[in-house]
Design a protein. Sequence first.
Length: 132
Amino acid sequence: IEVKQQMKLPLVITKFMMPYPMDQNMFFSRWGQFSSPNQTAKISYPIVPNVDPVQQMSSVMNNLLRIPVLNLQGIPPLNIVGAGIIQLEGNSQGVLARFFADQNTNTVQIDIKGTSPHITDAIQHVLNNNFK
């Protein structure tokens, strides 16, 4: 079967993100496995005034990064986490996200961890383009 699809260029890696459901134990276990600096993308941005920070963070995670928010028990207030997966030529690349609203600095801290440095580099590019 031949499939034709038109896509805008450049292609952004997050367009291929799919949900990956997991529970709290699985999330934090996997989070701890990604310890290498080249498996991490980070950035911060100012909290939008008069907007619920959790709603704001959920919107960025879902709409910009296309990483579904996980509704896990035991997540501290003003934190959200998410998990996604990207299928690449026969293998899967996992992506985990943690957003934290720091009311002391009025910023949102974004930490993304992934199984591949190529994925986290591409996500860092998306973050830089949107928040720098």
